[in-house]
Design a binder for this molecule. Sequence first.
Ligand code: PMP
Length: 285
Amino acid sequence: FDQRDGFIWYNGALVPWREAKLHVLSHGLHYASAVFEGERAYDGVIFKSREHSERFRRSAQILDFEIPYSVEELDAAKGATVKANGMTNCYVRPVAWRGSEMMAVAAQNSTINVAIAVWDWPSMFDVETKMKGIKLDIAEYRRPDPATAPSLAKAAGLYMICTISKHRAERRGYADALMFDWQGRVAECTGANIFFVKDGEIHTPIADCFLDGITRRTVIGLAKKRGLNVIERRIMPDELTGMEECFICGTGAEVTPVSEAGPYKFTPGAISRQLIDDYSKEVQP
Ligand code: PMP
């Protein structure tokens, strides 16, 4: 990924992609004092850029550091990075981390570094392929108790169990893994939130120990606009037997139907299709 043409915004300036380097003694690498964002530009405009910039700053504050750029400055920097790379439809990755000035658990005086990269990430499939649904494994790891980890931050450290779970799922022939929470309830996937449909109503877990995705909130709004009842509640795995449709959503996944999750089977249907459609219209500038 590091050997590409193009530009990365690095602490206030656009630098050639290959030169955007950091020192091996970066605190962010050793102690996971790092936060990031994942966004998409559609036709040259980043969808909900401001919300992502706000979450980016909030994630850092939860990890006890302050991103040295305002929301407006971040929005401008992201826009400039998209433009400098000649992209219109792309993924946008801001990342912030503590630098290499201090190498111990305590690192109050380290520099806060910020970089923004953009790359091509086509939407996964066409709608017909999507409607076949993806298959989910059940992850071994659970989302941690919010008293154990900064669950609501998009913090690099929280992705360690996501990467392990995703790798295991792929090895076993699945597209992704469904993760339960610390109490064994349905939580989310390794990089996306999850929804279920039953009797024309939408059910989704309460986002209090995992990321309340910007796509999740968007989809809830779109469903309500369609007059659908959206119920945020605790969902136990054995309830999945009665669910008719299931889909995941996130910046990367957009809205993607699911055909199975471990032993549970679903049939992608009209509501998933409607929300795929509504979401694809919503993201257009
Ligand atoms: N959960 C996790 C673990 C994620 O990585 C993501 C993607 N950022 C999401 C949920 C969905 O968040 P969003 O809709 O803001 O992309």
